[in-house]
Design a protein around this ligand. Sequence first.
Ligand SMILES: C[S@@+](CC[C@H](N)C(=O)[O-])C[C@H]1O[C@@H](n2cnc3c(N)ncnc32)[C@H](O)[C@@H]1O
Length: 233
Amino acid sequence: MDELEWRQDAVPVSTRFQDAYYSMEDGRAETSHTFVQGNDLPRRWPQMDQCTIAELGFGTGLNFLETVRQWLKYADAKATLIFVSFEQYPLEASDLARALAPWKELENLASHLIKLWSPDFEILDEMFDDRVRLLVFIGDANVRLPQLEFQADAWYLDGFSPAKNPQLWGPSLMEQVALHTAPKGTFATYTSAGEVRRNLESAGFRVERTPGFGRKRHMSRGILSDADVAHEH
Ligand SMILES: C[S@@+](CC[C@H](N)C(=O)[O-])C[C@H]1O[C@@H](n2cnc3c(N)ncnc32)[C@H](O)[C@@H]1O
């Protein structure tokens, strides 16, 4: 369980990591720019009958909910979204409710999530609508991810900043991310830290730096390269 402070009475900040869960400017718009657009999903979705997205750091569920909102808008009505996320320090349902309250467009989806949510589970596996399956694995992603078999079409790398939360950005975890990425799969992250980019490159991604959200100059995104370095290790 994690202890929170609230900045501007609205944005949750982890006391453990001394970092905010998302942008002070507009967390929903940041998610859309960094993760949904960063993985080029609105363009890719109409051609897919199933899409698997994986995330490091479920936090408040904001990334998940904004992704579902856009999925229901852009994807084929018969297609299924599988969203797999990892969280070591799950929040209380009341914290999710407070964090997610500012976004009216997410209200119905958020209330569904809040009803299901309990920080006591080990795995949450629930359907949203009949077109979205959410799986959240509680525990250290470094331990949980290698135990699982799936291939993500897109990754959201959303740990706290690499300086404060280095466990979620290390070379062996980035290698696991690559091993759990489908051919031509992608990742996106708000950080452009050199070490993270190098770890992702060594794991087999072609990495580029693109404009970040709001005041952030740069973010990073990438595609699993054909050479597929990680799989040869
Ligand atoms: C920036 S927040 C994620 C925000 C989230 N995506 C959202 O939409 O609210 C980073 C999250 O990573 C989690 N975390 C940190 N280290 C972790 C680890 N080793 N394994 C799994 N989760 C971790 C934190 O508890 C926190 O919830």
